[in-house]
Ligand binder design. Structure first.
Ligand code: ATP
Ligand code: MG
Length: 453
C-alpha cells in the first residue's frame, strides 16, 4: 500500500523536531489541509487579543474576497504546538501547562479568539482536540498517541468530528448525593437560558428528565408523555422519530423550552430489558437534537445506576450542585471525581472510542446561606480532601473545588446559589422561579455567567 502524504510527512520529521518544523512539515501542509484549510486560510503566530499572547497557528475558511492570512481575525480553530521531545502524556506537567495555555487563549478576554470552536494541542507524537462552547473549554477527544500506523485514521476521525460540529452543549446535572438541587437547577437553568434577552439569554434549550423513579422535573412542570415515550423510541430507534418524544413547556404561551419527560416504562422494564439496551443509547438518541438546540440539560437521579451512567455518558460536561455543610458532601464529590467519572469514561470509550471523559465543572453550593465561619470551615475541609487526593491518588482536585485558585492569588471562592423561598415555592405553581421572580432571575443569570456564557 502506498503511504499517504500525511504519513510520509510524519515519518520525515526529525526525532527532535521543534515547533516550526512540525508546523511547516506536518500541521499546515497536511493536517490542516485534510481539515479543509488552504494556505490563505491559515496564519501563524496569531495574536489572541489577550495582551501580546499569540498562538502558534490559527485557521478560518475564507468567504468571498477576504483572506484570513491577511485580515487575521475571527479564527475558528487554533493549534498550540510543542516540541516533539516534550512529554505531552496526560499526567505530565508540560501537558497540564500546555492545556492551561490553550484554555488561556480561549478565555473570553481573548477578543480575536471569540469565534474559535476548536483548539488542538500537538507535539506530533500526541494530538488532542478541545472544544469551546461559550465559556466552556473541554477536551473533546482523548490525548491520542500518533504512530505511523494510526495517523491516517486518527486525523480522519478528528476531521469528522470538526465537520460534524454540533450546536448544543450537553450538560448533566449530577451529584451522587440526593436532594442537593439537581432538578431545581435543571429547571431554572433551562428557564434563564431560554428566556429572551435582555433578562435571559434567548437560547434554544431541551431538558431531559432521566430520573424515572422520581420524575420530579416532569411533575413539577406538569408535563406528560407525548404520543411516543422515550422507552418506546428506544425499542424501535430505526423507524421512530426522537422528535415525537419531545414535549413543550411554554410560559403564558410566550416562551419556554422543550422537554423529554420522564418515562415510567423504564421502571417496568426488567433488568434484562435494560441490559439489552446498548450502553450509550441516550447519547445516540440525543445526537441529532444537538444540531438544533444550544443546550441540552439532563436531570439525573442521585447515586450510581443505569440512569446516572447513561445521563453522564451522554454529557459533554457535568454540573454538580452541592451542599457546604458536612465533610461527607465534599468526600462524595471527590469520590465521584476519583472513581465514578473515570470508570464512566472507560465505559464510554467502549462505544465512542476517541471521546474524552465528560468534564466535571467546578462544584457550586446550592440553596445555602453560608456564614463566614461556616465558609472557612468548608474551605479547610476541602483543602484537606484535595491534599489527600493528591498524595494518595495523584489526582488534582484543586480547580474542581476552587476554580479561581492560582499560586499567586489563593482565591478559595466557590460559586453560591442562595437559598430563596420563591425558588422552592415556584415548584408548586408548575413554573420555573426565573419566569416569575426578578431575584431568582438574577441568581440564575449569575450562574449562567459563571459557567456557560
Ligand atoms: N436555591 C434554592 N432555594 C430554595 N430551595 C431550593 C433551592 N434549590 C433547591 N431547593 C429545594 O431543595 C429541595 C431539593 O431540591 P431538588 O429536588 O432540586 O434536589 P435534587 O438534587 O434534584 O434531589 P434528588 O436527588 O431527590 O433528585 C426542593 O424542595 C427544592 O425546592
Ligand atoms: Mg431531582
Amino acid at each position: 500500500m502506498i503511504d499517504s502524504d500525511l504519513k510520509k510527512a510524519w515519518l520525515s520529521l526529525s526525532p527532535d523536531a521543534n515547533e516550526p518544523e512540525i508546523a511547516f512539515k506536518l500541521v499546515i501542509p497536511e493536517i490542516l489541509k485534510i481539515f479543509g484549510f488552504n494556505q490563505q486560510e491559515v496564519c501563524q503566530q496569531y495574536l489572541t487579543g489577550r495582551g501580546a499572547k499569540a498562538v502558534d497557528i490559527a485557521a478560518r475558511k475564507n468567504t468571498g474576497e477576504e483572506d484570513f492570512s491577511h485580515t487575521k481575525q475571527d479564527a475558528t480553530l487554533i493549534v498550540e504546538l510543542k516540541k516533539r521531545q516534550l512529554d505531552l502524556s496526560s499526567s505530565s506537567n508540560p501537558y497540564k501547562n500546555a492545556v492551561k495555555q490553550l484554555k488561556g487563549y480561549l478565555h473570553p478576554t481573548s477578543v480575536n479568539c471569540r469565534q474559535v470552536n476548536w483548539g488542538i494541542l500537538t507535539n506530533a507524537n500526541r494530538i488532542q482536540l478541545f472544544r469551546r462552547h461559550g465559556r466552556v473549554v473541554y477536551p473533546y477527544t482523548t490525548n491520542i498517541e500518533l504512530t505511523a500506523e494510526n495517523i491516517d485514521e486518527k486525523i480522519s476521525i478528528i476531521k469528522t468530528i470538526i465537520d460534524n460540529q454540533q450546536q448544543a452543549l450537553t450538560v448533566a446535572l449530577y451529584n451522587n448525593k440526593g436532594g442537593v438541587g439537581k432538578t431545581t437547577t435543571a429547571i431554572n437553568l433551562a428557564g434563564i437560558l431560554s428566556l429572551p434577552k435582555p433578562l435571559g439569554f434567548g437560547k434554544k434549550v431541551l431538558v431531559v428528565d432521566f430520573d424515572p423513579n422520581q420524575k420530579d422535573l416532569s411533575d413539577l412542570l406538569n408535563i406528560q408523555t407525548e404520543k411516543l415515550s422515550l422507552f418506546d423510541f428506544y425499542k424501535d430507534r430505526k423507524s421512530l422519530n426522537i422528535n415525537d418524544v419531545i414535549a413543550q413547556y411554554r410560559f403564558k404561551e410566550k416562551f419556554g423550552f422543550d422537554i423529554i419527560p420522564a418515562d415510567e416504562k423504564f421502571l417496568n422494564a426488567t433488568g434484562t430489558d435494560l441490559a439489552s439496551i446498548p450502553k450509550g443509547t441516550l447519547k445516540k438518541a440525543l445526537s441529532p437534537l444537538a444540531d438544533f438546540y444550544d443546550y441540552i440539560l439532563i436531570d439525573s437521579p442521585p447515586g450510581d445506576s443505569y440512569f446516572t451512567h447513561e445521563a453522564l455518558t451522554a454529557a459533554d460536561v457535568i454540573l454538580m450542585p452541592s451542599k457546604h455543610n458536612g465533610v461527607a458532601s465534599f468526600k462524595n464529590a471527590a469520590m465521584a471525581m476519583k472513581s465514578i467519572f473515570p470508570a464512566l469514561g472507560k465505559d464510554r470509550r467502549a462505544y465512542f472510542p476517541e471521546l474524552a471523559d465528560p468534564t466535571p465543572l467546578p462544584i457550586f453550593f446550592n440553596g445555602e446561606s453560608i456564614t463566614p465561619t461556616a465558609k472557612a470551615q468548608a474551605q479547610n475541609a476541602i483543602k484537606a480532601i484535595v491534599r489527600q487526593a493528591k498524595q494518595e491518588d495523584q489526582i488534582d482536585l484543586m480547580h474542581f473545588f476552587f476554580p479561581k485558585w492560582t499560586p499567586a492569588q489563593k482565591n478559595l471562592e466557590i460559586f453560591e446559589m442562595p437559598s430563596y423561598a420563591h425558588i422552592a415555592s415556584a415548584a408548586f405553581a408548575n413554573r420555573p422561579a426565573v419566569f416569575t421572580s426578578k431575584v431568582a432571575c438574577e441568581y440564575y443569570r449569575n450562574l449562567v455567567q459563571e459557567y456557560f456564557i
